[in-house]
Design a protein around this ligand. Structure first.
Ligand code: HEC
Length: 147
């Protein structure tokens, strides 16, 4: 009986692996000119704390390929890139850029980087000072009438 349950559980687990969220394919050639340019300190913070989900430079963790964690991880990457891809910045119109700058100012103190991600990515944690610096930088680009 126990063996049957174990086998059944294992079988279900294997079948469930077929459920996958596809991340849109990364372009073969990424034009470095399209990358967001920010002061060195800001850029470094974005790279260590945001690029896993907001660029093409995603470091997929091993559990990113295993159901059910894969659903969480992959939807973060897919939706994160859609909301803002700092390596596709040059392709965005002014409206989209404004939306992202405002989004950064709004989310940096609490929703971004995603708290659950920070639990497993110690290196991506930001101090209050660093968050303030990112916020100040983003706000400086928000056009006057909207600030
Ligand atoms: C673990 C993945 C992940 C990381 C790391 C991450 N984000 Fe996000 N981000 C997302 C996802 C998913 C969304 C879209 C869903 C949402 O808005 O919650 C998003 C949305 C956003 C948005 C749009 C929000 C809005 O409401 O307009 C901004 C701006 C943003 N992120 C900025 C950042 C910045 C800046 C960092 C780094 C300091 C960062 N994110 C780190 C996954 C991530």
């Amino acid at each position: 009986m126990f063996k049957q349950i174990a086998l059944w559980t294992l079988g279900t687990f294997i079948v469930l692996q077929a459920i996958q969220i596809d991340i849109p394919e990364t372009p073969k050639v990424i034009d470095p000119k399209n990358e967001l340019q920010a002061p060195k300190e800001i850029q470094a913070l974005l790279k260590t704390s945001c690029y896993d989900c907001h660029s093409y430079q995603t470091e997929m963790p091993w559990y990113g390929n295993i159901f059910p964690m894969s659903l969480e991880v992959r939807s973060h990457i897919k939706n994160g890139r859609q909301a803002a891809n700092f390596e596709a910045w040059g392709e965005y119109d002014e409206e989209k850029k404004q939306k992202i700058y405002k989004g950064i100012a709004k989310t940096i103190n609490f929703r971004m980087p995603i708290p659950m991600y920070l639990k497993v990515h110690e290196e991506a944690k930001l101090s209050q000072k660093q968050r303030n610096a990112i916020k100040k930088w983003a706000k400086s680009y928000i056009t006057e009438e909207e600030r």
